[in-house]
Design a protein around this ligand. Structure first.
Ligand code: FE
Length: 200
């Protein structure tokens, strides 16, 4: 083990990130104001709202849904959503028989253009290992208890592919407009740790 390994293990990751950022700024490789604008944009302007619009459109438009499942990236770009971390998006359709859930076991790969930045729990090593080892137990801790008959499929993001779950459209929403449907779709449902619930 080298000295730098020991140091790296001692320092919390936030501190290491700050140190790295400071070096990059100092050498003129990044502009902190650009970085801040970039982070704000993904936190405030993108968010999971884009993904919710994609889901609602797929629920009301069967032809769009077919395109979305065949070519996620292309169908999502039809709505104007594209950019970094969205170059290759695969959409997985949940049904009463199959439940898909997404993870990045290596780090925190996530489809930014449709879901914004990943939540803390998605980056947590506990989520990343347990969702693979014991998906039903972990999903139950998220409040999602799945019947034993449901086939649970865990999708591990790679350096190339990002996944989005197309949740099931809840019963009793037949009369709702696309906008009303989009308002019900949550980030967690598009990662696969929740279902979409009709607001009481
Ligand atoms: Fe990753």
């Amino acid at each position: 083990m080298t000295t730098s390994d020991t140091t790296a293990e001692r320092l919390p990751i936030a501190l290491r990130t700050e140190a790295l950022e400071a070096i990059l700024v100092e050498r003129g490789l990044i502009d902190p104001s650009v970085m801040d604008r970039f982070i704000k944009m993904y936190e405030q302007d993108v968010g999971p709202l884009n993904g919710a619009k994609v889901v609602a459109k797929a629920w009301v438009d069967p032809e769009y849904k077919a395109r979305l499942l065949a070519d996620g990236t292309g169908a999502i770009a039809e709505l104007g959503f594209k950019g970094p971390q969205g170059e290759h998006i695969v959409v997985l359709e949940n049904s009463p028989e199959v439940h898909h859930v997404v993870v990045c076991t290596l780090c925190s790969c996530y489809p930014w253009p449709i879901l914004g930045l990943p939540p803390g729990w998605y980056k947590d090593p506990a989520y990343r290992s347990r969702i693979v080892r014991e998906p039903r137990t972990l999903l139950a801790e998220f409040g999602l208890s799945l019947d034993e008959s449901v086939d649970v499929q865990v999708w591990d993001s790679s350096s190339e592919v990002r996944y989005m779950v197309l949740p099931e459209r809840p019963a009793g929403t037949e009369a709702m407009s696309e906008e009303e449907l989009a308002a019900m779709v949550t980030r967690d449902a598009m990662v696969g740790v929740a279902k979409v619930a009709v607001p009481a």
